[in-house]
Design a protein around this ligand. Structure first.
Ligand SMILES: NC(=O)c1ccc[n+]([C@@H]2O[C@H](COP(=O)([O-])OP(=O)(O)OC[C@H]3O[C@@H](n4cnc5c(N)ncnc54)[C@H](O)[C@@H]3O)[C@@H](O)[C@H]2O)c1
Ligand SMILES: [Zn+2]
Length: 351
Protein backbone atom coordinates (compact mmCIF):
# COMPACT_ATOMS: atom_id res chain seq x y z
CA UNK A 1 0.00 0.00 0.00
CA UNK A 2 1.39 3.38 -0.95
CA UNK A 3 0.84 6.29 1.36
CA UNK A 4 1.21 9.70 -0.24
CA UNK A 5 2.43 12.34 2.16
CA UNK A 6 1.99 15.97 1.20
CA UNK A 7 4.66 17.94 3.03
CA UNK A 8 5.62 21.53 2.32
CA UNK A 9 8.10 23.87 3.94
CA UNK A 10 8.48 27.43 5.20
CA UNK A 11 6.56 30.47 4.00
CA UNK A 12 5.90 28.81 0.64
CA UNK A 13 4.37 25.94 2.55
CA UNK A 14 2.08 28.33 4.39
CA UNK A 15 1.01 29.87 1.05
CA UNK A 16 0.28 26.47 -0.41
CA UNK A 17 -1.76 25.60 2.69
CA UNK A 18 -3.86 28.72 2.17
CA UNK A 19 -4.27 27.93 -1.53
CA UNK A 20 -5.40 24.39 -0.80
CA UNK A 21 -7.88 25.63 1.79
CA UNK A 22 -9.45 28.03 -0.72
CA UNK A 23 -9.41 25.43 -3.47
CA UNK A 24 -11.30 22.97 -1.31
CA UNK A 25 -13.90 25.60 -0.39
CA UNK A 26 -14.51 24.24 3.11
CA UNK A 27 -17.75 25.25 4.81
CA UNK A 28 -15.94 26.38 7.96
CA UNK A 29 -12.40 26.49 9.30
CA UNK A 30 -11.31 25.61 12.84
CA UNK A 31 -7.85 25.91 14.34
CA UNK A 32 -6.72 23.79 17.29
CA UNK A 33 -3.97 25.13 19.55
CA UNK A 34 -2.84 24.37 23.07
CA UNK A 35 -2.41 27.08 25.69
CA UNK A 36 1.27 27.54 24.74
CA UNK A 37 0.87 27.64 20.97
CA UNK A 38 -2.12 29.93 21.45
CA UNK A 39 0.23 32.37 23.20
CA UNK A 40 3.38 31.85 21.07
CA UNK A 41 2.22 30.96 17.55
CA UNK A 42 -1.42 31.76 16.85
CA UNK A 43 -1.33 35.49 16.13
CA UNK A 44 1.73 35.09 13.90
CA UNK A 45 0.03 32.24 12.02
CA UNK A 46 -3.13 34.31 11.48
CA UNK A 47 -1.07 37.37 10.42
CA UNK A 48 0.93 35.39 7.88
CA UNK A 49 -1.93 33.35 6.42
CA UNK A 50 -4.65 36.03 6.68
CA UNK A 51 -7.01 33.20 7.54
CA UNK A 52 -10.22 34.06 9.33
CA UNK A 53 -11.26 30.93 11.23
CA UNK A 54 -14.82 30.28 12.39
CA UNK A 55 -13.30 29.53 15.78
CA UNK A 56 -10.02 28.77 17.54
CA UNK A 57 -10.26 25.72 19.78
CA UNK A 58 -7.89 25.71 22.75
CA UNK A 59 -6.81 22.65 24.73
CA UNK A 60 -4.66 22.58 27.87
CA UNK A 61 -0.99 21.91 27.04
CA UNK A 62 0.67 18.63 28.01
CA UNK A 63 0.59 14.89 27.42
CA UNK A 64 -1.80 14.42 30.36
CA UNK A 65 -4.48 16.08 28.23
CA UNK A 66 -4.04 13.77 25.24
CA UNK A 67 -7.13 11.84 26.28
CA UNK A 68 -10.73 11.08 25.50
CA UNK A 69 -12.11 13.79 27.73
CA UNK A 70 -10.28 16.49 25.71
CA UNK A 71 -11.62 14.90 22.52
CA UNK A 72 -15.13 14.92 23.86
CA UNK A 73 -14.91 18.63 24.72
CA UNK A 74 -13.62 19.38 21.24
CA UNK A 75 -16.28 17.25 19.48
CA UNK A 76 -18.92 19.09 21.56
CA UNK A 77 -17.44 22.45 20.70
CA UNK A 78 -17.29 21.63 16.98
CA UNK A 79 -20.85 20.40 17.08
CA UNK A 80 -22.23 23.41 18.89
CA UNK A 81 -20.34 25.73 16.52
CA UNK A 82 -22.13 24.10 13.60
CA UNK A 83 -19.18 22.21 12.09
CA UNK A 84 -20.31 19.86 9.32
CA UNK A 85 -18.68 17.22 7.12
CA UNK A 86 -17.17 19.91 4.90
CA UNK A 87 -15.47 21.70 7.77
CA UNK A 88 -11.72 21.57 8.19
CA UNK A 89 -9.36 21.55 11.18
CA UNK A 90 -5.83 22.97 11.30
CA UNK A 91 -3.67 21.59 14.12
CA UNK A 92 -1.16 24.25 15.18
CA UNK A 93 1.05 22.76 17.87
CA UNK A 94 3.38 20.01 18.98
CA UNK A 95 2.85 16.26 18.81
CA UNK A 96 0.08 16.33 21.40
CA UNK A 97 -1.98 18.77 19.30
CA UNK A 98 -1.27 17.03 15.97
CA UNK A 99 -1.95 13.52 17.38
CA UNK A 100 -5.12 14.48 19.22
CA UNK A 101 -6.37 17.00 16.65
CA UNK A 102 -5.85 14.45 13.88
CA UNK A 103 -7.88 11.90 15.84
CA UNK A 104 -10.67 14.39 16.57
CA UNK A 105 -10.85 15.29 12.87
CA UNK A 106 -10.78 11.65 11.70
CA UNK A 107 -13.69 10.72 13.94
CA UNK A 108 -15.90 13.84 13.86
CA UNK A 109 -18.87 13.04 11.59
CA UNK A 110 -16.87 10.03 10.36
CA UNK A 111 -13.97 12.20 9.30
CA UNK A 112 -13.27 15.77 8.22
CA UNK A 113 -10.12 17.05 6.51
CA UNK A 114 -7.24 18.21 8.68
CA UNK A 115 -3.88 19.91 8.21
CA UNK A 116 -0.86 19.81 10.50
CA UNK A 117 1.31 22.80 11.26
CA UNK A 118 3.86 21.37 13.73
CA UNK A 119 5.46 23.85 16.13
CA UNK A 120 7.97 21.68 18.02
CA UNK A 121 11.08 20.10 16.53
CA UNK A 122 9.81 16.66 17.56
CA UNK A 123 6.50 17.14 15.79
CA UNK A 124 8.24 18.53 12.68
CA UNK A 125 10.58 15.59 12.21
CA UNK A 126 8.39 12.87 13.69
CA UNK A 127 4.86 13.23 15.09
CA UNK A 128 3.19 15.23 12.32
CA UNK A 129 4.55 12.95 9.59
CA UNK A 130 3.36 9.40 9.01
CA UNK A 131 -0.37 9.53 9.60
CA UNK A 132 -0.52 8.11 13.12
CA UNK A 133 -3.19 10.00 15.08
CA UNK A 134 -4.43 9.13 18.51
CA UNK A 135 -4.76 9.54 22.25
CA UNK A 136 -3.67 7.84 25.45
CA UNK A 137 -5.85 5.45 27.47
CA UNK A 138 -5.10 6.24 31.12
CA UNK A 139 -1.37 5.69 31.58
CA UNK A 140 -1.09 3.65 28.35
CA UNK A 141 0.26 5.79 25.53
CA UNK A 142 -1.30 5.98 22.07
CA UNK A 143 -3.69 3.09 22.66
CA UNK A 144 -6.60 4.57 20.73
CA UNK A 145 -6.15 5.98 17.26
CA UNK A 146 -6.35 5.86 13.51
CA UNK A 147 -3.76 5.94 10.76
CA UNK A 148 -4.80 8.72 8.42
CA UNK A 149 -2.60 11.19 6.56
CA UNK A 150 -3.49 14.86 6.89
CA UNK A 151 -4.26 16.78 3.68
CA UNK A 152 -0.97 18.59 4.11
CA UNK A 153 1.82 19.08 6.64
CA UNK A 154 3.49 22.49 6.67
CA UNK A 155 6.89 22.50 8.33
CA UNK A 156 8.24 25.93 9.18
CA UNK A 157 11.20 26.31 11.52
CA UNK A 158 10.10 29.84 12.49
CA UNK A 159 8.05 28.29 15.32
CA UNK A 160 11.18 26.95 17.00
CA UNK A 161 12.18 30.48 18.10
CA UNK A 162 9.96 30.28 21.19
CA UNK A 163 10.41 26.59 21.95
CA UNK A 164 12.19 25.87 25.28
CA UNK A 165 15.77 24.61 24.79
CA UNK A 166 15.12 21.21 26.35
CA UNK A 167 12.20 20.64 23.96
CA UNK A 168 14.53 21.42 21.04
CA UNK A 169 17.05 18.93 22.39
CA UNK A 170 14.31 16.34 22.79
CA UNK A 171 13.34 16.57 19.11
CA UNK A 172 17.00 16.47 18.12
CA UNK A 173 17.25 12.92 19.53
CA UNK A 174 14.81 11.72 16.84
CA UNK A 175 16.99 13.40 14.18
CA UNK A 176 20.06 11.60 15.49
CA UNK A 177 18.02 8.39 15.39
CA UNK A 178 17.19 9.01 11.72
CA UNK A 179 20.92 9.21 11.00
CA UNK A 180 21.63 6.01 12.94
CA UNK A 181 18.91 3.95 11.24
CA UNK A 182 19.18 5.24 7.71
CA UNK A 183 21.94 7.68 6.83
CA UNK A 184 25.46 7.56 8.27
CA UNK A 185 26.46 10.77 6.48
CA UNK A 186 23.61 12.64 8.10
CA UNK A 187 24.67 11.22 11.49
CA UNK A 188 28.21 12.51 10.90
CA UNK A 189 26.87 15.98 10.11
CA UNK A 190 24.57 16.15 13.12
CA UNK A 191 27.08 14.87 15.64
CA UNK A 192 29.51 17.69 14.93
CA UNK A 193 27.00 20.50 15.48
CA UNK A 194 28.26 23.00 18.03
CA UNK A 195 24.93 24.36 19.23
CA UNK A 196 21.38 23.21 18.83
CA UNK A 197 19.96 26.58 17.89
CA UNK A 198 16.88 26.76 15.68
CA UNK A 199 18.74 28.58 12.87
CA UNK A 200 21.34 25.82 12.56
CA UNK A 201 18.81 23.03 12.96
CA UNK A 202 16.42 24.37 10.36
CA UNK A 203 18.56 23.13 7.46
CA UNK A 204 18.66 19.62 8.93
CA UNK A 205 14.90 19.17 9.27
CA UNK A 206 14.24 18.20 5.64
CA UNK A 207 16.63 15.22 5.51
CA UNK A 208 15.16 13.93 8.75
CA UNK A 209 11.60 14.18 7.43
CA UNK A 210 12.81 12.44 4.27
CA UNK A 211 13.99 9.45 6.31
CA UNK A 212 10.71 9.18 8.20
CA UNK A 213 8.43 9.67 5.20
CA UNK A 214 10.34 7.19 3.04
CA UNK A 215 9.99 4.50 5.70
CA UNK A 216 6.30 5.31 6.23
CA UNK A 217 5.53 5.30 2.51
CA UNK A 218 6.99 1.83 2.20
CA UNK A 219 5.36 0.42 5.31
CA UNK A 220 2.50 2.61 6.59
CA UNK A 221 1.06 -0.10 8.88
CA UNK A 222 4.31 -1.16 10.57
CA UNK A 223 4.40 -4.69 9.21
CA UNK A 224 8.18 -4.68 8.97
CA UNK A 225 10.39 -1.78 7.88
CA UNK A 226 8.58 0.89 9.94
CA UNK A 227 9.78 -0.90 13.06
CA UNK A 228 13.22 0.65 12.46
CA UNK A 229 11.81 3.94 13.76
CA UNK A 230 11.68 2.25 17.16
CA UNK A 231 15.46 2.12 17.55
CA UNK A 232 16.24 3.26 21.12
CA UNK A 233 12.55 3.14 22.02
CA UNK A 234 12.21 -0.33 23.57
CA UNK A 235 14.39 0.54 26.56
CA UNK A 236 13.75 4.27 26.04
CA UNK A 237 10.00 3.91 26.64
CA UNK A 238 10.55 1.86 29.80
CA UNK A 239 12.91 4.57 31.08
CA UNK A 240 10.43 7.31 30.13
CA UNK A 241 7.54 5.56 31.94
CA UNK A 242 9.65 4.90 35.02
CA UNK A 243 10.78 8.52 35.39
CA UNK A 244 7.20 9.65 34.82
CA UNK A 245 5.69 7.60 37.64
CA UNK A 246 8.54 8.10 40.15
CA UNK A 247 7.55 11.51 41.42
CA UNK A 248 10.84 12.15 43.28
CA UNK A 249 12.83 11.62 40.07
CA UNK A 250 13.74 14.37 37.61
CA UNK A 251 11.41 14.81 34.64
CA UNK A 252 12.71 13.17 31.45
CA UNK A 253 11.39 14.34 28.09
CA UNK A 254 10.74 11.70 25.42
CA UNK A 255 13.89 12.56 23.46
CA UNK A 256 16.02 12.52 26.61
CA UNK A 257 14.75 9.02 27.47
CA UNK A 258 15.30 7.62 23.99
CA UNK A 259 18.78 9.19 23.90
CA UNK A 260 19.63 6.89 26.83
CA UNK A 261 17.75 4.07 25.07
CA UNK A 262 19.90 4.49 21.96
CA UNK A 263 23.15 4.24 23.95
CA UNK A 264 21.86 1.08 25.68
CA UNK A 265 20.69 -0.45 22.42
CA UNK A 266 23.98 0.44 20.72
CA UNK A 267 25.66 -1.69 23.40
CA UNK A 268 23.19 -4.53 22.74
CA UNK A 269 23.98 -4.16 19.03
CA UNK A 270 27.65 -4.89 19.67
CA UNK A 271 26.61 -8.28 21.10
CA UNK A 272 23.63 -9.20 18.96
CA UNK A 273 23.85 -7.54 15.55
CA UNK A 274 27.51 -6.93 14.79
CA UNK A 275 27.88 -3.20 15.56
CA UNK A 276 31.57 -2.43 16.09
CA UNK A 277 32.88 -1.27 19.48
CA UNK A 278 34.14 1.92 17.79
CA UNK A 279 30.73 2.82 16.42
CA UNK A 280 29.01 2.05 19.74
CA UNK A 281 31.49 4.36 21.48
CA UNK A 282 30.87 7.04 18.86
CA UNK A 283 27.14 6.79 19.64
CA UNK A 284 27.71 6.95 23.42
CA UNK A 285 30.10 9.90 23.19
CA UNK A 286 27.78 11.83 20.90
CA UNK A 287 24.71 11.40 23.10
CA UNK A 288 26.71 12.30 26.20
CA UNK A 289 27.84 15.50 24.52
CA UNK A 290 24.29 16.70 23.86
CA UNK A 291 22.41 15.19 26.83
CA UNK A 292 23.36 15.55 30.49
CA UNK A 293 23.97 12.23 32.18
CA UNK A 294 20.95 10.86 34.04
CA UNK A 295 21.63 9.17 37.39
CA UNK A 296 20.27 5.64 37.20
CA UNK A 297 20.72 3.50 40.34
CA UNK A 298 20.69 -0.31 40.61
CA UNK A 299 17.20 -0.01 42.07
CA UNK A 300 16.05 2.13 39.14
CA UNK A 301 17.42 -0.43 36.68
CA UNK A 302 15.49 -3.24 38.33
CA UNK A 303 12.26 -1.26 38.17
CA UNK A 304 12.88 -0.22 34.54
CA UNK A 305 13.55 -3.82 33.51
CA UNK A 306 10.42 -4.99 35.33
CA UNK A 307 8.44 -2.45 33.29
CA UNK A 308 10.10 -3.67 30.10
CA UNK A 309 9.28 -7.31 30.80
CA UNK A 310 5.72 -6.39 31.64
CA UNK A 311 5.32 -4.24 28.54
CA UNK A 312 6.91 -6.39 25.87
CA UNK A 313 5.92 -9.84 24.80
CA UNK A 314 9.03 -11.86 25.50
CA UNK A 315 9.66 -15.43 24.54
CA UNK A 316 11.66 -17.61 26.92
CA UNK A 317 13.48 -14.76 28.60
CA UNK A 318 14.25 -12.84 25.41
CA UNK A 319 12.91 -9.49 24.21
CA UNK A 320 12.74 -8.36 20.55
CA UNK A 321 14.68 -5.24 19.55
CA UNK A 322 15.54 -3.04 16.59
CA UNK A 323 19.33 -2.89 16.63
CA UNK A 324 22.10 -1.70 14.33
CA UNK A 325 24.43 -3.73 12.10
CA UNK A 326 26.39 -0.54 11.66
CA UNK A 327 25.62 3.17 11.75
CA UNK A 328 23.03 3.73 9.00
CA UNK A 329 22.01 0.06 8.78
CA UNK A 330 19.33 -1.27 11.13
CA UNK A 331 18.32 -4.84 11.91
CA UNK A 332 14.76 -5.67 13.03
CA UNK A 333 13.29 -8.43 15.22
CA UNK A 334 16.53 -9.25 17.02
CA UNK A 335 16.06 -11.30 20.17
CA UNK A 336 18.27 -10.15 23.01
CA UNK A 337 19.07 -12.26 26.08
CA UNK A 338 17.95 -10.42 29.19
CA UNK A 339 21.29 -11.08 30.82
CA UNK A 340 22.71 -8.28 28.65
CA UNK A 341 20.36 -5.57 29.89
CA UNK A 342 22.19 -4.76 33.13
CA UNK A 343 25.50 -4.71 31.29
CA UNK A 344 24.00 -2.21 28.86
CA UNK A 345 23.18 0.11 31.80
CA UNK A 346 26.75 -0.33 33.09
CA UNK A 347 27.95 0.74 29.65
CA UNK A 348 25.80 3.88 29.85
CA UNK A 349 26.91 4.80 33.36
CA UNK A 350 30.65 4.33 32.81
CA UNK A 351 32.59 7.08 31.05
N1 LIG B 1 2.09 10.34 15.54
C1 LIG B 1 3.34 9.96 15.62
O1 LIG B 1 3.87 9.26 14.74
C2 LIG B 1 4.16 10.41 16.78
C3 LIG B 1 5.55 10.28 16.74
C4 LIG B 1 6.28 10.76 17.81
C5 LIG B 1 5.63 11.36 18.89
N2 LIG B 1 4.27 11.44 18.90
C6 LIG B 1 3.56 12.07 20.03
O2 LIG B 1 3.96 13.43 20.11
C7 LIG B 1 3.82 13.88 21.45
C8 LIG B 1 5.08 14.62 21.84
O3 LIG B 1 5.22 15.73 20.98
P1 LIG B 1 5.93 17.08 21.45
O4 LIG B 1 7.25 16.77 22.01
O5 LIG B 1 5.80 18.05 20.34
O6 LIG B 1 5.02 17.48 22.72
P2 LIG B 1 3.99 18.66 23.01
O7 LIG B 1 2.99 18.80 21.94
O8 LIG B 1 3.48 18.42 24.37
O9 LIG B 1 4.91 19.97 23.00
C9 LIG B 1 5.89 20.15 23.99
C10 LIG B 1 5.67 21.46 24.75
O10 LIG B 1 6.02 22.56 23.92
C11 LIG B 1 4.94 23.49 23.86
N3 LIG B 1 5.05 24.16 22.56
C12 LIG B 1 4.73 23.65 21.35
N4 LIG B 1 5.14 24.49 20.37
C13 LIG B 1 5.71 25.55 20.99
C14 LIG B 1 6.34 26.71 20.50
N5 LIG B 1 6.50 26.95 19.19
N6 LIG B 1 6.84 27.60 21.41
C15 LIG B 1 6.73 27.34 22.75
N7 LIG B 1 6.16 26.24 23.26
C16 LIG B 1 5.65 25.35 22.39
C17 LIG B 1 3.71 22.66 24.10
O11 LIG B 1 2.63 23.41 24.53
C18 LIG B 1 4.22 21.69 25.15
O12 LIG B 1 4.19 22.31 26.41
C19 LIG B 1 3.58 12.63 22.29
O13 LIG B 1 2.22 12.59 22.66
C20 LIG B 1 3.92 11.49 21.36
O14 LIG B 1 3.17 10.32 21.63
C21 LIG B 1 3.54 10.99 17.87
ZN1 LIG C 1 10.23 8.76 19.58
Amino acid sequence: MQNQVNISYGSEGLSSLVQQLYKNAYSSLFILVDTNTQRECLSCFLDQTKLDPSAVLVMDAGEENKNLSTCESLWNELSSLGADRDSVLINLGGGVVTDLGGFVACTFKRGIDFYNVPTTLLSMVDASVGGKTGIDLGPLKNQIGIIQEPQQVVIDSQWLATLPKEEVRSGFAEMLKHGLIADSKYWEELKTLEHLNPKVLSSFIKPSVAVKSKVVEEDPREKGLRKILNFGHTLGHAIESYFLVEKDKQRLLHGEAIAIGMVLEAYLSTHCSGLSQEEALDIKTTFKRFYPKTEITKQDIEAILALLRHDKKNKAGRVNFVLLNKIGTPAIDIEVPQALFEKAFDYYTTA
